[in-house]
Design a protein around this ligand. Structure first.
Ligand code: AMP
Ligand code: ZN
Length: 139
């Protein structure tokens, strides 16, 4: 185990519900999803944040975030997606391995979205991951 939980996920020494992987980037479900399908995209290389993220890794992370966002629209029947990077404690970064949040949104979900910021739970995460994985495999 390293002192970075996301490096452990990359190494396979910590569990994750992975939905996508290539040589440079992996994507897996957030353990406390704001919405079912909330995915984190991370470069395999460790960086704490935007200051030490290699631009090439940032490009690859974004490209996979785009792929995941598009797959979500069909696999999870979502109407929109927020792509978010929290950089620094002041921006509410809590895991210091650079990551891109891909958060599904639905028309008119303003109120339920606010509530889900507190609850943050998917009752069927394995089914959600399977749907997303299938769509990404086909993309
Ligand atoms: P941030 O606040 O931008 O640093 O987001 C970190 C995210 O990582 C949070 O949404 C957490 O729920 C999520 N997280 C923390 N540990 C894990 C884990 N072991 N597997 C999946 N997601 C995690
Ligand atoms: Zn790391």
């Amino acid at each position: 185990m390293s002192d970075c939980i996301f490096c452990d996920i990359v190494a396979g020494t910590a569990p994750s519900r992975q939905v996508y992987a290539d040589d440079d980037v992996i994507a897996f479900l957030d353990i406390r999803p704001v919405k079912p399908g909330h995915t984190l995209v991370i470069p395999r290389n460790h960086s704490r944040g935007l200051r030490d993220l290699a631009p090439a890794d940032g490009e690859k992370m974004f490209a996979v975030g785009q792929k995941v966002a598009i797959a979500m629209r069909t696999a999870l029947d979502v109407d929109g997606v927020n792509l978010v990077v929290n950089d620094g404690r002041a921006a509410m970064q809590t895991v210091f391995h650079t990551h891109l949040h891909v958060i599904p949104r639905h028309r008119g979900d303003k109120l339920s979205f606010a509530k889900s910021l507190v609850v943050r739970r998917d009752p069927h995460p394995d089914a959600t991951a399977a749907k997303l994985r299938r769509a990404l495999d086909q993309s």
